[in-house]
Design a protein around this ligand. Structure first.
Ligand code: NDP
Length: 482
């Protein structure tokens, strides 16, 4: 079986050691062996990126546009094929995998055009005869460290702006999803780009990832993953004065008011809580429900949870695939025990399921009778588990929604414009949703959160320029008129 996983200085490398990846829907299905880099390979990648980056910047905006457009177009045209690979490797249903790859393509085509829109400012100086211009230049070499839950879309929304604005990239993907990483790298490195501009440096996070983020040769780090790893990356970055952008966990609230359309509320809550098997940083994990509709809402939510078809990610009728790994499954089941021990009532799900193939299947779970101070309402579970909290009124619901260390997305279901407007203004979150699920965002506007959910400039849309470029202000004395 082919062993790869590393692309450095324009060539594929077998790596020093290797790991094997298996299908979480069927662990007898071996996807492949993937090479793991070490410090020497990483240093070579860093040096090749340093040489390639000025050439790429000098190639100009039309070149960068064309390359990104070609990458995006190929991703969109191969969305079904690569989407099935994601389903096989990560466990999300194939339709969701296809949607993810198509979205990844949209990030590249959007940033292709953004390369052309990289315009500066002109200013009059306070000193006569002096002209000022303000331009954006590449930050240099960007280290990208990405997770497994969106193995193509998340790196795409980081790689596309990095390349569009003229940077070189070293990408450390999650070790659980290296087939997807190889597929994306094949498309990017087949383009007419300088050798070493884009490097795939697979390896264990605690070794290769850590070595990468500790390197003083890196100019910027963009990370998505857990808060604990984020904290350790931040410490390394500050030590080197490296620019940093991080998206981490959350504990997203969805407030359901007494005037909400109940059918819509249930469908938004269930979709956002259990979609992607709950493994989304935007998942609706705290459902804060007005007491007057609490019982009716919970009854319908349980029916919706029990109606999900849990199965092999490549089967057509599957709505929820397996969780990504045995480690994640054991963590999820431990949270079920934690919730029960804290006094929450498990209304449905929370059990390991048997299917025709040996995989990490779990039934979607609903806890009721929970309090906002319980661990299951404080810690990101990344599981198909959601918790209902009863609220006496809007003010109490808003206070509970904001009572968290996180702040990525927050939603409200209401037919009152006044309440929706108040919530939009007062929810402590980077993204607010009104009569929509907490998960599901667009690709052309900024994405990010507050508190422990995010650190540094926003990702996506034109706001991405704040991270991937440095601003240069030039003063030019034009001299005496001729
Ligand atoms: P991690 O934060 O451990 O991994 C994310 C990425 O960081 C991976 O590429 C990982 O590599 C890498 N990494 C790990 N340790 C280091 C390090 N010391 N220095 C540099 N890079 C490192 O997330 P997990 O995959 O372990 O998931 C654990 C929990 O994190 C989940 O249960 C969930 O709560 C949260 N999470 C949140 C995500 C989000 O989108 N906000 C996404 C994924 C997870 P490797 O794969 O080799 O370990």
């Amino acid at each position: 079986m082919q062993q790869t996983g590393i692309h450095i200085a324009g060539r594929w490398e077998a790596g020093i050691t290797s790991i094997e990846n298996r299908n979480p829907s069927d662990v007898s299905d071996l996807i492949g062996h993937y090479g793991q880099a070490n410090g020497d390979l990483l240093e070579e990648a860093l040096n090749s990126a340093r040489q390639a980056q000025p050439t790429w910047w000098a190639a100009g905006v039309q070149k960068r546009h064309d390359v990104l457009m070609a990458i995006g177009t190929e991703l969109m045209s191969r969305a079904t094929e690569i989407g099935e690979l994601i389903a096989r490797e990560e466990g999300k249903p194939a339709a969701e995998g296809k949607g993810e790859v198509y979205r990844a393509g949209q990030f590249f085509t959007w940033f292709a055009a953004e390369a052309l829109r990289n315009q500066g400012d002109l200013a009059e100086s306070v000193r006569p005869g002096v002209e000022i211009d303000v331009r954006r230049e590449p930050v240099g070499i960007v280290a990208i460290v990405s997770p497994w839950n969106f193995p193509v879309a998340t790196p795409a929304w980081k790689i596309a702006p990095a390349l569009a604005y003229g940077n070189a990239v070293l990408w450390k993907p999650a070790n659980l999803t290296l087939a997807s990483a190889v597929a994306l790298t094949e498309i990017i490195t087949r383009q007419d780009i300088p050798a070493g501009l884009f490097n795939l440096v697979s390896g264990p996070g605690r070794e290769v990832g850590q070595h990468l983020v500790e390197s003083p040769l890196i100019d910027a780090i963009s990370f998505t993953g857990s808060v604990s790893v984020g904290r350790s990356i931040a410490a390394s970055a500050i030590g080197n004065m490296t620019r940093l952008q991080m998206e981490m966990g959350s504990k997203n609230p969805l407030v359901i008011m007494d005037d909400a359309d109940l059918d819509l509320a249930v469908s938004c809550a269930a979709g956002a809580a259990f979609g992607g098997t709950g493994q989304k940083c935007t998942a609706a994990s705290r459902l804060i429900v007005h007491e007057s509709i609490h019982d009716a809402f919970v009854e319908r939510l349980v029916k919706a949870a029990e109606a999900f078809t849990v199965g092999h990610a490549l089967e057509a009728d599957t709505q929820l695939g397996p969780v990504v790994s045995d480690t994640q499954l054991q963590q999820n089941l431990a949270y079920i025990d934690t919730g029960k021990a804290e006094g929450a009532e498990l209304l449905c799900g929370g059990e390991r399921l048997e299917r025709a193939t040996d995989g990490y299947y779990m039934s979607p779970a609903v806890f009721s009778g929970t309090r906002n101070d319980m661990r299951i309402n404080r810690e990101e579970m990344f599981a198909p588990i959601t918790c209902v909290i009863k609220a006496g009124g809007y003010d109490e619901a808003l206070n509970m929604a904001n009572d968290t260390e996180f702040g990525l997305t927050a939603g409200i279901m209401t037919q009152s414009l006044a309440r929706a407007s108040h919530f939009r203004a007062n929810a402590r979150a980077g993204c607010v949703m009104v009569n929509l699920p907490t998960a599901g965002t667009d690709y052309h506007v900024p994405f990010g959160g507050r508190g422990a959910s995010s650190y540094g400039p926003r990702e996506q849309g034109s706001y991405a320029a704040e991270f991937y470029t440095v601003v240069k202000t030039a003063y030019v004395a034009a001299g005496e008129p001729l």
